[in-house]
Design a protein around this ligand. Structure first.
Ligand SMILES: C[S@@+](CC[C@H](N)C(=O)[O-])C[C@H]1O[C@@H](n2cnc3c(N)ncnc32)[C@H](O)[C@@H]1O
Length: 447
C-alpha cells in the first residue's frame, strides 16, 4: 500500500496531540521528517547531549495484549486489588475505585450496545483480548486522526481481535467500525510498545500506542532509548550525543540478540529487514555475537553475508563451513538450553564454563543470554537472596555484569537503559561485599 501521509499533516497532527496532552515543549529537540529508510522518522532539530530528554509521550490507546493468558487486573487502572467483573456484565474486570468511573461507563455502554446473545461474563477472557481495538471506537475525532496517520502493514495476520468480536463473541458491529478497528489492529501491530505494569510483585504486560514514540525508526545500535514513568508516559532520552539533523533511533528488538535473531524478530513483527551498520557487519562491531568457534583452529566463524542464508568462513584459517553445519551447532546448544529450568543457576553456569566455552566466543548471544539470566537469579531468587548469597556468588554476579557492560560499550550503546540496570546491579554487589568486609573487620581484634 502506498503511504498517503504527508509530513506536514503528520507533524501538525502530532504537535496538536502533544499540546492537547500538555506534552508539547517550546524549543523541543525533535522534529518529524521524511526518513531515508522510507516513511517518516524523528530527527534532531539541534544537537542533543547523551542523557538529555528528547520527548515525553502519552498513549493514545493503552490496553491488554491479545494473548491467551488470562489478565487478572482492573482494566482501567491495572491494579490487582479486589478485582471483579463489572456488575453490568460487560465482561470487563474492575477494581472498586474504578467501578463507577466515567471511562469505564463509556466502554461498558459501548460493549452492551453491541448486543450479543452470549453471556459476556463467561466470555470475559475473549472480551479482554479485544479491548484495545474496541477502545479506538471511543477516541475523539482528533485522536482518531492521530491513529490514522501512523504507519500500518496490511495482512491476514493483523485484526484477529475483530474476528473474535464478530465470530466468537457474536457482536453486531457496523461494517465501518469493523474496518476502522481492523486498521487500528494493524497500526497497533506496527507501532505499539510493550508496557509493563508492576503490581505487588506481579507484572502485567500491556500494549500502548505512543504517537510520537511510534514515529522513531529502529536501529540495532540506537542513539536513544525509552522508559515508562509511573504515569505510563514514555520518556525518551539520548543514549549518545546526537548531532543536529541526524535521525533519532530507538530499538525494537533486544540488543543482546545476534543479527540472525534480531533480523528474524524484526521481519516477523515489524515486516522489515534492518540494514543498519551492525546488521551489515558480520563481526557485529568486533563482538562476534553471532559467531561459533572453528573446529580446526578455534578462530571465529562468521557468515559471509550476515543477512542471507550463506556459508560461514573462519576468520583465521579461512575454512568455509556450510550453513547446515553451523545450524547444527546452534540447534545442539538450543536443545541443551531447553533442559534448564528458569532458576537452574548451577547447571547454566557449569554449561557456560564447560561445553559452551568450547563452541562459541565469549560475547556470543548464547553466552550473553545465560549471563543475563544468571544476573537476575542471583540476588532475586529466594535461594540466592542478597544476604544469603556467598561472597563468591556476589563476585560472579558482578563479573557477569561487567562482561555485559563491556559488550554494550563495544556495541556503542552509550548510556542505554540496560547499562543503567547493570550498573545498579554492580553497585548492589559492591555495597553488599563492602558491608561484609566491614562486618568482618569489626570482628578483628584491634591492637
Ligand atoms: C513504528 S514505525 C516507525 C515509523 C515509520 N517509519 C513511519 O513512517 O511511520 C515501524 C515501521 O517503520 C519502518 N522501519 C522502522 N525502522 C526501520 C529500519 N531500520 N529499516 C527499514 N524500515 C524501518 C518499518 O516499516 C516498520 O514496520
Amino acid at each position: 500500500m502506498t503511504d498517503k501521509r504527508t509530513v506536514d499533516h503528520l507533524a501538525t497532527v502530532i504537535e496538536q496531540y502533544m499540546i492537547r496532552n500538555h506534552l508539547f515543549v517550546e524549543n523541543c529537540p525533535w522534529q518529524i521528517r521524511s526518513s531515508p529508510l522510507g516513511g517518516f522518522g524523528v530527527f534532531a532539530k539541534r544537537n542533543i547531549e547523551a542523557g538529555d530528554l528528547i520527548f515525553r509521550d502519552l498513549p493514545v490507546i493503552l490496553g491488554p495484549r491479545c494473548l491467551n493468558v488470562p489478565l487478572e487486573c482492573c482494566l482501567q487502572c491495572f491494579s490487582k486489588s479486589d478485582v471483579k467483573i463489572c456488575e453490568k456484565k460487560c465482561g470487563l474486570l474492575l477494581c472498586p475505585s474504578c467501578d463507577n468511573e466515567g471511562k469505564h461507563q463509556g466502554e461498558c455502554s459501548l460493549i452492551l450496545s453491541l448486543k450479543t446473545d452470549l453471556d459476556l461474563v463467561e466470555k470475559s477472557t475473549a472480551m479482554i483480548k479485544c479491548l484495545a481495538p474496541l477502545r479506538s471506537l471511543l477516541l475523539s475525532e482528533e485522536d482518531k486522526e492521530v491513529v490514522k496517520n501512523l504507519k500500518n502493514h496490511w495482512g491476514n495476520q493483523h485484526g484477529h481481535e475483530i474476528d473474535i468480536l464478530t465470530d466468537e463473541l457474536h457482536f453486531k458491529i457496523p461494517k465501518d467500525d469493523q474496518n476502522f478497528m481492523r486498521f487500528v489492529c494493524s497500526v497497533l501491530d506496527a507501532n505499539a510498545f510493550e508496557v509493563i505494569v508492576v503490581n505487588k510483585q506481579a507484572q502485567t504486560s500491556l500494549r500502548g500506542l505512543y504517537p510520537l514514540g511510534s514515529l522513531a525508526n529502529h536501529s540495532c545500535f540506537p542513539n536513544a532509548f525509552h522508559v515508562f514513568d509511573d504515569e505510563r508516559r514514555m520518556v525518551t532520552r539520548a543514549s549518545v550525543f546526537i548531532e543536529k539533523d541526524s535521525e533519532i533511533f530507538d530499538s525494537y528488538s533486544r540488543v543482546i540478540w545476534g543479527t540472525a535473531t534480531r533480523s528474524m524478530h524484526l521481519k516477523k513483527t515489524k515486516h522489515f529487514v534492518c540494514k543498519c551498520k551492525r546488521c551489515l557487519d558480520p563481526t557485529e562491531f568486533g563482538t562476534y555475537m553471532s559467531s561459533i568457534l572453528c573446529k580446526n583452529c578455534r578462530g571465529n566463524l562468521i557468515p559471509t553475508n550476515p543477512l542471507k542464508s550463506c556459508a560461514w568462513k573462519c576468520e583465521d584459517c579461512n575454512e568455509i563451513v556450510p550453513l547446515k553445519d553451523v545450524a547444527r551447532v546452534f540447534s545442539l546448544i538450543g536443545s541443551v538450553l531447553k533442559c534448564f529450568d528458569d532458576g537452574d543457576f548451577e547447571l547454566m553456569d557449569s554449561f557456560l564454563k564447560g561445553k559452551l566455552a568450547t563452541l562459541v566466543p565469549k560475547f556470543s548471544q548464547v553466552v550473553v543470554e545465560i549471563k543475563y539470566k544468571i544476573i537476575w537469579i542471583l540476588g532475586y531468587q529466594e535461594k540466592y537472596s542478597w544476604k544469603d548469597m556467598s561472597t563468591e556468588l556476589l563476585e560472579l554476579k558482578r563479573e557477569y555484569c561487567e562482561d555485559l557492560l563491556k559488550l554494550l560499550k563495544k556495541l556503542n550503546m552509550g548510556q542505554c537503559k540496560m547499562r543503567g540496570l547493570l550498573l545498579y546491579e554492580v553497585f548492589q554487589c559492591l555495597e553488599e561485599i563492602l558491608q561484609r568486609k566491614n562486618n568482618n573487620d569489626e570482628k578483628l581484634p584491634i591492637y
